[in-house]
Design a binder for this molecule. Structure first.
Ligand code: SF4
Ligand code: SF4
Length: 353
């Protein structure tokens, strides 16, 4: 496939073409220097496809925080029709694409498939982008997640100084690019060289983070959870936790939900599927009042056990992509990088923080 080049001044035309079919979101940097996803209705001024992952994980679009799954208890085998326009999410980073592998595993594979999630995943367009830098909380390389996308996208747009290097990833992406071929120029060798240079630079920044914080790599993990089940690390680390659930909400791989019944429009019974958080005390509460994880430190341990022991066993992948959101969003500043470092040190019989 030939790579294409889109000039920066033509981004608006490109996004307008997308908006004819999709509800388009793209990343924008706010005054504090953080990236957030905003809708195209706000225009494309300040669109930043490069940079780093936005605050909001990609899962928000497909595993929605609140979704009606039963409306009036009418018997139906089908998921309700999705009345919304399909999404096009731009500037998606590789840590979020990897996060979707866990979401897809949970909701689309195995005996129980979620028709709502499957419906939400259909017809959308994922436009991925390379990270052009790294922030201090990025440690994706430690989990063997590259800082640029390799698969899982429909179109890849790597941001350069004067435009974007554009590549197709799926038939859907290729069709869209073909339909709008007039917007693009052919990519030149210098565009590919610039993309490679930016990749090298951003990769060095991630490596510098890993070196500076002494973050262990997944090859060093081994059985860090199994050998540390009774470690004092959990109680020490959880002291600053206020049980807000933010670490679960912002994580691109966390996927737990609960079902809640209520009445709407008179007496019509409805059921909502809503995000849950394993850090909440009531998460493991069952009928009769028993709770498998009554103490907060047990819930922190469970969170790490799922990410670094359970999912590698059942899905062959870690349920952590090194995006650093859980640390950024934690009011108690519980640092996943420090917890991993301490767990590895304890496993190896070494002193830790
Ligand atoms: S974000 Fe921090 S304070 Fe909130 S539940 Fe998670 S670990 Fe606890
Ligand atoms: S556990 Fe933290 S660093 Fe890992 S994917 Fe989730 S939010 Fe990102």
């Amino acid at each position: 496939m030939k790579q294409k080049f889109l000039k920066k001044q033509d981004l608006k035309i490109f996004v307008e073409a997308l908006a004819a079919t999709y509800s388009v979101y793209y990343p924008k940097k706010n005054r504090q220097g953080n990236f957030h996803l905003v809708p195209f209705s706000e225009g494309v001024d300040g669109a930043a496809l490069g940079g780093v992952r936005p605050f909001e994980p990609l899962k928000n679009f497909f595993f929605r925080c609140r979704e009606k799954v039963v409306d009036g208890y009418e018997k139906s085998e089908k998921a309700p029709a999705n009345s919304k326009r399909p999404y096009c999410v731009m500037g998606v980073k590789n840590c979020d694409l990897h996060g979707m592998r866990i979401q897809d595993f949970v909701f689309t594979e195995g005996d129980f498939k979620d028709p709502f999630y499957i419906k939400n995943r259909e017809e959308n367009l994922i436009i991925a982008s390379d990270c052009t830098t790294a922030i201090p909380t990025c440690f994706c390389h430690a989990l063997e997640v590259p800082h640029y996308p390799e698969k899982g996208y429909d179109i890849l747009m790597s941001e350069l100084s004067s435009g974007y290097l554009v590549e197709e990833g799926t038939d859907r992406g290729a069709k869209f690019l073909k339909r709008n071929d007039g917007i693009f120029n052919e990519a030149a060798e210098m565009h590919i060289e610039e993309r490679d240079h930016i990749r090298r630079h951003a990769g060095e920044k991630v490596e510098a983070n890993i070196a500076e914080h002494g973050i262990p790599r997944r090859t060093e993990f081994g059985d860090i959870i199994k050998v540390n089940l009774d470690s004092p690390i959990w109680e020490t680390e959880v002291k600053a936790c206020v049980e807000c659930g933010s670490c679960n909400a912002v994580c691109p791989t966390c996927h737990c939900f609960y079902l809640s019944d209520s009445e709407e429009n008179g007496n019509k019974e409805v059921r909502y599927k809503m995000w849950d958080a394993c850090m909440y005390k009531r998460f493991a509460h069952v009928a009769g009042g028993a709770n498998a994880r009554p103490h907060l430190w047990m819930r922190l341990r469970n969170r790490f056990e799922k990410k670094f022991d359970f999912f590698p066993q059942v899905a062959g992948i870690y349920a952590c992509t090194g995006c650093g959101r859980c640390y950024s969003g934690c009011p108690g500043k519980i640092d996943i990088r420090r917890v991993l470092k301490n767990l590895v040190a304890e496993k190896n019989g070494k002193k830790h923080e």
